[in-house]
Design a protein around this ligand. Sequence first.
Ligand SMILES: [Mn+2]
Length: 339
Amino acid sequence: MKENIIKLWESIKNSNKILLINHIRMDMDSFWSLSAMYDILKQLWKDVKAINDEIPPETFAFTWYNQIIDTNLELKSPLLNKEGVRGWLPDIIISFDAASLDQLWKSYLDNIDVFNNTEFFVIDHHITNPWFWKINIINTKSSSTCELTFDILREINLDKYITPKIATSLLSGIYTDTNIFYNSNTTKNTHIVAWELIELWADFRKPYFEFYMKRTFEKSKLWWEVLANHMKSTENWKIVYACIDKNVFKKTNTDDRQLTGIISEFFANIEWVEICFLSYEMSNKQIKTSFRCTENHDVAKICETFWGWWHKQAAWFNSDKSLNEVEIDIIEILKKELN
Ligand SMILES: [Mn+2]
């Protein structure tokens, strides 16, 4: 790995045009590791550009790098194309937090020849990464690509360019990938890196407030309404759930998107809970149900015969039945699961 980090530094020094890319459905770790490198390369007077198929979600808005992702960058030929626009051909490409080529999706597929003919570095921490390109800087012991990016920057003495803004960004990626030092991917090095970032004036309170505490007034009222009037339990609190019809959203002037987080922040943390779920009426009248469960259960198998998404401990499915029917069906299945 060290060899490739030195190689990366040599390539950065010898390049002018540097292209950064991160995975589709961008998460905070991939966004901020890329942003940190972007800012530092700019300080080194490089011609740096960043691409993804989509711009980052609005919820990333507290950071300062919202404008850097280009979704329409014309790569390929530096000659004029048919619209008379000159393409931009990078000297090197660096990818952040992508665990496979698939995750680069259209940005890669539209430019395969550019990727094939350009020195391409992969910076990642996922255990599933098959070392998908020739030059990989992969550390599966890193909690996050942000932690790894800090280690790389320090290794090549670029840490002196870390401003408070960059430090806050890298710390934010560590927060979100470790769930604030809670997930088992947190190591001694994670804490050391966080401490060093705080020494570099990372604002350690801001991302905590922005991503873990802040709620809109309406969202707070919706959650209160759900918790006070709709939360139910059965089987000695082993099952906790709520079923929310559209009148609840109307009453609180909200929509279903504002239920995001209530299961993991409230339902799943209630003492004795083994399986929890939330069913709610979406604007298209379908009922969406999201589940969480403890390690000794499997909610994927409840959802896998329906259209949805599933892991063993977290899953969801959509149904055309009524809210009431969905509730009855699920409770029956879960009672069997528990006994
Ligand atoms: Mn990550």
